[in-house]
Design a binder for this molecule. Structure first.
Ligand code: FAD
Length: 383
């Protein structure tokens, strides 16, 4: 195998697979390297589904990127002939002054997005019937986003890699990167058994960011958190995606919980967005199910979703990689013009992989991107 490339992508999970696709489809001779196979369950991009939505409560600046992300997901579906994104609607429920409800309203207003407001007074007057299978807590408002839905996470990663390889990319799994260096013109990437050269490098190492990116000047330490996803049996057809079941997020006093409609008419997946234990070595994360994982989920189900069995049927462990401000870091290396990185996707990044892969590829090829990613730059941590 030729060991010299125009670009190397290290870590081909959610973000790296998209970088590989955008580089290859723009004609770049590119190599993608990963320790694990495409669509694996050892990092942050597994567990069947990821929420996608546009009225972004985390910050309205993400909305233009999301518009492009939706476009890119549809394009990937068209190129691959696979359904990857399902728009089934999504609602966010919480106190009116809480981040989820107030932030969604703010983003929708700022960017003229369609959302439907349901106040606690509307719910008390019988509006709760619009959400069969949910018992709305007193005083909660609900914001419904019809453009919300979910992505089939492993299929998205595999599709990016497959189409990248069809366009000429090389992809190697079973390759553990032990180091890289750059002289500003050429990068050298070392795996346990090989060494490769390229004109540019993109690093997207997910939960391993502290290991591969900690030498970058100004890079904050990222918090890696252990997160569990839970599948539960449903006792009613009201949650079925084929029966108008929607995605949901609840901002409860004891944590934020989100979930998906039932895709198979017998189980649905849900998880707690808040909390999580700090992980020091992502390869050693505890993948067993603990009582401390199930307790808050059962409490939420008992209080809010009476037609779902509170007992976890199956589970999976995943990791968030969180920045100090909860926003992503996508930038060029401050010392090397030919090294770029994306990290700290803080538990809400997957929906952006289609567009931020495009942005990182443009940085590596053109030296700049027209996509509005400046607010994700590293320099914000210096002020
Ligand atoms: C439980 C859970 C639920 C989530 N829900 C949502 C959601 O609903 N919506 C949403 O938008 N986002 C969500 N997210 C966040 C989203 O999934 C992540 O932000 C995204 O998947 C991160 O992608 P990544 O490419 O950074 O990491 P990964 O996909 O984990 O990719 C990193 C890759 O780098 C490789 N790697 C690292 N170091 C090395 C090395 N030294 N050598 C070789 N390979 C290496 C790893 O093997 C891995 O394949 C959720 C995350 C979790 C954990």
């Amino acid at each position: 195998m030729d060991k010299r490339f125009e670009c190397i992508v290290v870590g081909t999970g959610g973000f790296g697979s998209s970088c590989l696709y955008h580089l290859a489809t723009r004609g770049v001779k590119v190599l993608g390297l990963d320790r694990f196979p495409a669509g694996h369950d050892q990092g942050s991009s597994h567990g069947d589904t990821r929420i996608i939505r546009q009225a972004y409560f985390e910050h309205p600046d993400y909305v233009p990127l999301l518009r492009r992300a939706y476009h890119q997901w549809r394009e990937l579906e068209a190129w691959s002939g696979r359904e990857l994104m399902k728009i089934c609607g999504l609602f966010l429920a919480g106190p009116p002054e809480g981040e989820a409800v107030s932030g969604t309203r703010l983003a929708a207003k700022a960017h003229d997005l369609e959302v439907h407001d349901v106040s606690s007074a509307d719910l008390a007057r019988g509006g709760e019937r619009r959400f069969p299978g949910f018992r709305m807590p007193d005083g909660f408002d609900v914001v419904v986003e019809p453009a919300g839905g979910y992505l089939q996470v492993e299929d998205c990663v595999r599709t990016h890699i497959e189409l990248a390889c069809k366009a000429g990319a090389e992809h190697q799994s079973g390759a553990t990167i032990i180091g890289w260096e750059s002289d500003g013109r050429t990068v050298r990437v070392k795996t346990e058994s090989d060494e490769y050269e390229a004109a540019s490098l993109i690093l997207t190492p997910g939960a391993w960011a502290n290991h591969l990116l900690n030498d970058i000047p100004g890079m904050p330490t990222l918090r890696v958190l252990r997160k569990t996803m839970h599948w539960h049996q449903v006792r009613s057809s009201v949650y079925d995606v084929e029966n108008a079941g929607q995605g949901f997020l609840f901002e409860m006093p004891y944590g934020a919980f989100y979930g998906f409609p039932s895709l198979d008419a017998s189980t649905l997946k849900l998880a707690e967005h808040s909390g999580g234990e700090v992980v020091t070595d992502p390869l050693q994360v505890d993948r067993s199910l603990r009582t401390s994982d199930t307790k808050p989920i059962s409490r939420f189900l008992n209080e809010v979703m009476p037609d779902v069995d509170p007992q976890t049927d199956r589970h999976s462990v995943c990791m968030y990689t969180v920045t100090p401000d909860g926003h992503f870091i996508v930038d060029r290396h401050p010392e090397y013009d030919n090294v770029f990185f994306g990290a700290g996707f803080s538990g809400h990044g997957f929906k952006f992989t289609s567009v931020l892969g495009e942005a990182l590829a443009a940085l590596a090829i053109d030296g700049s991107t027209e996509l509005p990613i400046d607010f994700l730059g590293l320099s914000r941590f210096q002020s």
